[in-house]
Ligand binder design. Structure first.
Ligand SMILES: Nc1nc2c(ncn2[C@@H]2O[C@H](COP(=O)(O)OP(=O)(O)O)[C@@H](O)[C@H]2O)c(=O)[nH]1
Ligand SMILES: [Mg+2]
Length: 304
């Protein structure tokens, strides 16, 4: 199955809601009410939903749209418009090494995503060094080591070490060796765990001590099934670690997808790139985010 079909399948919860709505009938007040409920149920959130509906009503009037199918396309255009600022490619040639730090709650998919990214980078002939700065659990180090082996990439680790020391070593080694990209894995933490959130700042600064300007990217990995909770994660991780981008995982599961719209709408004044989306546990299940493909999948339209 191709990436787009998997994404569409992943977002089936949302689609089922919306598709039922678009399968017939007339565009009347009941239609808009149902659409409102569906958008909120898809994790888009109350504020963005209100804005979307207002603009859709205007478009319906202005263009004289009559059928739900026409509204479906107008909704797709509206979702694409909101999502477009988040479509920005990850540039890896801005520094050498380009240093990337991954953060997020436990189980978000940080380590898996690093594995997938390593393969993606290797495919572009980039050399990669991984820093196992999730020093809390031995299993976490081993998990990263396995991904490293699979991609023939070295992992800098330290048994029971201090995560700040691990990233310092890794960035220094990357600099000395002329590595293209250094990726630091970090332990999962909740926005409410203030000490751990502050530690993230410390890990961040240790990279800057090893190389001026590092880390060049601080990426929050968000579990797409976390719904509106993802908004709180973005806010707190940004406050403590100055995020430069997002990766949203697990869009192949029960995720309702609308959270990407909610996040992007909330950050309209300061757009945060969504570099990649994860659509499975396999190494190829990571793809650059595309606003139009995503909007199409959300409303159940085939790719154009
Ligand atoms: N279905 C699905 N599972 C994923 C995806 N990304 C990660 N996972 C799974 O989520 C679980 C936690 O992932 P892990 O990388 O260990 O999370 P971490 O704690 O943030 O490092 C593992 O079982 C992964 O296989 C994804 O895109 N789709
Ligand atoms: Mg991990």
């Amino acid at each position: 199955m191709g990436f787009f079909s998997r994404l569409k399948q992943g977002l089936s919860r949302t689609r089922v809601n919306l598709i039922g709505l678009f399968s017939g009938g007339v565009v009347d007040e009941d239609f808009f009410e149902e659409l409102e409920e569906s958008l909120i149920a898809a994790d888009i959130g109350y504020g963005p939903t209100t804005t979307i509906l207002q603009r859709l009503r205007d478009t319906v009037k202005l263009k004289g749209l009559k059928t739900p199918e026409q509204v479906r396309i107008a909704l797709r255009d509206e979702l694409e418009r909101i999502l477009l600022p988040a479509q920005q490619p990850l540039s890896i040639d801005t520094a050498k090494p380009m240093v990337m730090m991954m953060a997020g709650v436990n189980g978000a998919g940080k380590t898996t995503t690093i594995g997938k990214m390593s393969k993606w980078l290797a495919a572009q002939n980039k050399t990669v060094l991984l820093a196992a700065a999730d020093t809390f659990r031995a299993a976490a180090r081993e998990q990263l080591a396995v991904w490293g082996e699979r991609n023939r990439i070295e992992v800098i680790t330290q048994t029971g070490g201090d995560p700040a020391a691990v990233v310092f070593d890794a960035v220094s080694a990357g600099k000395a060796r002329g590595t293209d990209v250094v990726i630091a894995d970090t332990a999962g933490r909740l926005p409410t765990q203030t000490n751990l959130m502050e530690e993230l700042g410390r890990i961040r600064r240790a990279q800057g001590k090893a190389m001026q300007g590092a880390p060049h990217e601080v990426i929050l990995v968000v579990d797409g099934t976390n719904g509106q909770n993802a908004l709180a994660q973005v806010k707190t991780f940004d406050a403590f670690a100055q995020l430069t981008g997002l990766i949203v995982t697990k869009l192949d599961g029960t995720a309702k997808g609308g959270v990407l719209v909610a996040i992007t709408a909330a950050r309209a004044d300061k757009p945060l790139p969504i570099y990649f989306v994860g659509v499975g546990e396999q190494i190829d299940d990571l793809q650059p985010f595309n606003a139009r493909a995503f909007a199409n999948a959300l409303v159940g339209l085939d790719e154009e």
